[in-house]
Design a protein around this ligand. Structure first.
Ligand SMILES: [Zn+2]
Ligand SMILES: [Zn+2]
Length: 170
């Protein structure tokens, strides 16, 4: 089987072929691996499947340079991080809006229209002396019937403010 031109030549050329094939094989594997990495990374950062596909093609087509270009232009954040942040902001907004809906004394949940906390009877809002509409703390006049708000009743949220309006009502 061994040709006349010597074992050494045959061996060296065979080794050369093996090395060349192995190198090509590893380069191809590395090429596909980088493209696959681009696909995986793009899927975590980009919502639009078409853009993910385009990123993957870019990861494949100029081999090894495409992934570098992708890395320069990819969205800076993961989609889950964006979603998590949005959820956090939503939760924070909810918490802030809910803070107004609690009694300042006993923390019981109260309706914004309540004049008094049903749990601890703290006065939450002043009501108009004329039309009984709930008034905001800063209002100087009832917007529903134009009756001026009594200045003595302005200190809201205070437990002392409980007594006078009650007497007014009865
Ligand atoms: Zn209360
Ligand atoms: Zn009024």
């Amino acid at each position: 089987m061994i040709a006349d031109n010597g074992i050494f030549n045959f061996f060296s050329s065979g080794t050369w072929a093996v090395i060349r094939n192995l190198t090509l094989f590893f380069v191809a594997v590395f090429w596909l691996a980088t493209a696959f990495w681009v696909f995986k990374d793009a899927r975590r950062r980009i919502e639009d499947p078409w853009l993910v596909g385009m990123a993957t093609v870019l990861g494949l087509v100029p081999p090894f340079i495409g992934p570098l270009i992708y890395m320069l232009f990819r969205p800076p954040e993961y989609l889950e991080d964006v979603r998590e942040r949005e959820l956090e902001i939503k939760a924070m907004e909810e918490r802030l809006s809910r803070r107004d809906m609690h009694c300042p004394v006993c923390r019981a949940e109260v309706d914004p229209a309540f004049l008094i906390c049903p749990v601890c009877t703290t006065r939450l809002r002043q009501s108009c002396a004329n039309c009984k509409a709930p008034l905001e703390a800063l209002w100087q006049v009832c917007p529903y019937c134009e009756t001026p708000v009594a200045p003595s009743a302005v200190d809201l949220g205070q437990t002392q403010a409980l007594a006078p309006p009650r007497r007014e009502r009865s």
